[in-house]
Design a protein around this ligand. Structure first.
Ligand SMILES: NC(=O)c1ccc[n+]([C@@H]2O[C@H](COP(=O)([O-])OP(=O)(O)OC[C@H]3O[C@@H](n4cnc5c(N)ncnc54)[C@H](O)[C@@H]3O)[C@@H](O)[C@H]2O)c1
Length: 276
């Protein structure tokens, strides 16, 4: 799918909170590019120990690039998080490579198609739910016993303001499911000192994707449906613009950190005023 193209991340994040993740073990999924990579970039510069998970082998390059950014370690693991086995093996790798697992950031997802709901096939609907709900559902299930056993921790999920948008009902349903995980799991997890939170990004500028989400718009009609999403996203944002990767990474890192210690069960819209 084509999207408005923007800058990638610079060599150093424009803002950092020095040593905020020092000594902490953090897993970031879908970190080979985009928002996940920007989150990993910032946490590496804030001295966190990272395990980066993605199904693209590009993840090893990202880990190599970030290895010397801060005081922490950065390792990478390839897994398909649409499967429970992918989630459990990722966390097994993480517990072996981190002294302590403190934070899990579930970022895998993204609309594959853009069209009115009546145009989706059964197979496409299933693929959208598999892409944008199951990776988070599986990772939360796999991470929870480990965090409980550790005496606490934080899960940050990445939702979307698209729950209130056009031409992507299956994706909106998946992200509505992610919001449901946050509010319901936060209740169960709080007595175990595990926080469960999310951001809901709005439209975000990024360089052209090395890992494509899907086939992309095919033909004039599909281009038009996609353009309607872009127009609606800008229009419903009070700031009338897309955000940047760093503007998405910042609130994710805040929610993941100890600074957000009194926040759980919340989904923070990050869409220039679009509440989703
Ligand atoms: N970019 C936006 O405009 C935007 C807006 C709202 C919400 N979001 C959400 O933010 C998150 C990140 O978006 P993005 O645009 O940076 O994503 P992206 O499509 O650029 O990158 C997603 C990454 O996840 C990986 N991935 C995909 N499926 C996987 C799987 N099954 N197992 C393991 N890895 C897998 C890909 O290889 C890729 O590296 C997503 O959850 C998306 O829904 C993005």
């Amino acid at each position: 799918m084509s999207a408005p193209v923007g800058k990638g991340i610079s060599e150093k994040p424009s803002h950092i909170t020095a040593e905020r993740f020092y000594g902490q073990g953090v897993v970031v999924t879908g970190a080979a590019q985009g928002i996940g990579m920007a989150v990993a970039h910032r946490i590496a510069h804030e001295d966190g120990n990272l395990v980066l998970v993605d199904r693209s082998p590009l993840i090893h390059e990202v880990a190599k690039q970030l290895q010397d950014a801060g005081a922490g370690t950065v390792t990478s693991f390839i897994a398909d998080l649409e499967t429970f086995e992918g989630a459990t093996s990722s966390l097994e790798f993480a517990t072996q490579n981190l002294k302590h697992l403190d934070v899990v950031i579930n970022n895998v997802g993204g609309t594959i198609w853009a069209k009115p709901y009546q145009e989706y096939t059964e197979e496409e609907i299933t693929k959208e739910i598999n892409r944008s709900l199951f990776p988070t559902l599986w990772m939360c299930r796999a991470a929870l016993p480990i965090l409980i056993n550790n005496g606490g921790g934080t899960i940050v999920n990445v939702s979307s303001i698209a729950t209130g948008g056009i031409n992507r009902v299956p994706y909106a349903a998946a992200k509505g499911g992610v919001n449901g995980i946050v509010s319901a799991l936060a209740h169960e997890a709080a007595p175990h000192k595990v926080r469960v939170v999310a951001t809901a990004p709005g439209g975000t500028l990024a360089p052209e994707r090395a890992v494509k989400r899907g086939p992309g718009p095919e033909g004039e009609q599909e281009e038009k449906w996609y353009q309607q999403i872009v127009d609606q996203t800008i229009d419903s944002s009070l700031m009338k613009r897309y955000g940047t990767l760093e503007e998405q990474a910042a609130p994710i890192c805040f929610l993941a950190s100890e600074e957000a210690s009194y926040i759980t069960g919340s989904v923070l819209p990050v869409g220039g005023g679009d509440q989703g």
